[in-house]
Ligand binder design. Structure first.
Ligand code: TPP
Ligand code: MG
Length: 291
């Protein structure tokens, strides 16, 4: 049997499927980390963390350039978490990325911990902004991206927003400004889980049609199933090559994804999980990986 060197393997076949499998494994560990942290508090933003795990696995283990042991490296790509309540998801991914020690996750939300329940830049290495007040991430991303361009620094700026965050006028001011300056070093990621604190997004404030809206604001926009790792990889690879305007990857995600027990539960912004359910959730997660 002849074997091909890496350079001879047709692009986009085996190497991509190996890459997807590697990211799928990372997403599994991110979900497991989130369940472990959720159990520390017994409740929290667990549905969101499970829903966005595939997106974060692609971003943190495949797209971002950073040095895990040097979070302030000037040439790092910046990942801005607008949505402070998604901290549990970010810590789960940062532990997988080697930025936070896995053992530290058990301190989540406790007094004196570096991992507060709402993300704070001054507490956590690698957390670029404090994002609890919704609607500020994209403005900060725009400013950072302008600064990096001014310095001739090729680093990219990623900003994870939620669908609820699109209710904020400041998000759309920033979207206009970012496009006006042609900041192709910015990639916005919107987690469209169709839910907000007060209920389904469609009932709180209609934000659709999202792709058309972002395009009208001058962005290169792609929409993707945010729980399909192969589709996410293709989308992030595609926007990486785009030049001349900022890009947005709109990700449709399922709350509780990967854990049928929590996926099928009434959709809740803040989820309570009974003491006996955590192990069931972990078992279901593992069964899903085997499939
Ligand atoms: C400016 C601002 N207004 C209101 C809130 C309160 N708040 C916290 S999370 C949240 C829901 C926002 O929607 P989304 O992030 O889509 O909710 P999820 O998908 O996590 O349920 C709200 C209104 C806030 N943090 N900041
Ligand atoms: Mg939401």
């Amino acid at each position: 049997m002849t074997s091909l060197t890496a350079a001879q393997v047709p692009a986009g076949t085996d190497r991509r499927s190996e890459r997807v499998e590697r990211i799928r494994q990372a997403a599994y560990r991110i979900r497991r980390n989130a369940l472990d942290m959720g159990e520390v508090q017994g409740q929290g933003y667990i549905g969101q963390a499970l829903g966005v795990a595939d997106v974060l696995a692609v971003v943190y283990t495949d797209q971002l350039r950073y040095r895990p042991d040097d979070p302030d490296w000037p040439d790092r790509d910046r990942f801005l978490l607008s949505i402070g309540h998604y901290a549990i998801a970010a810590y789960a991914a940062m532990a997988e990325a080697g930025i936070i020690p896995i053992e530290e996750l058990e301190t989540y939300g406790s007094d004196g911990s570096r991992l507060p329940m709402s993300a704070m830049a001054s507490y956590t290495p690698g957390m670029e902004i404090s994002g609890g007040s919704l609607g500020h991430g994209l403005g900060v991303a725009t400013g950072m991206a302008l600064g990096l361009r001014h310095l001739g620094n090729p680093a990219r700026v990623f900003n994870l927003l939620s669908d609820g965050e699109l209710d904020e006028g400041s998000t759309w001011e920033a979207a206009m400004s970012c496009a006006h300056h042609g900041l192709d070093n910015v990639t916005a990621i919107v987690d469209v889980n169709a839910l907000q604190a007060d209920g389904p997004t469609v009932g709180v404030l209609r934000t659709e049609p999202l792709t058309e809206k972002w395009r009208a604001f001058g962005w290169h926009a792609v929409r993707v199933d945010g729980n399909d790792v192969a589709a996410l990889v293709a989308a992030f690879d595609e926007v990486r090559e785009h030049r001349g305007s900022p890009s947005v990857v709109i990700c449709d995600t399922r709350i509780g994804s990967g854990v049928p027990l929590l996926e099928s539960r009434e959709k809740a912004h803040f989820m309570r999980v009974d003491e006996n359910e955590w192990q069931i959730a972990r078992d279901q997660l593992e069964e899903g990986l085997a499939r």
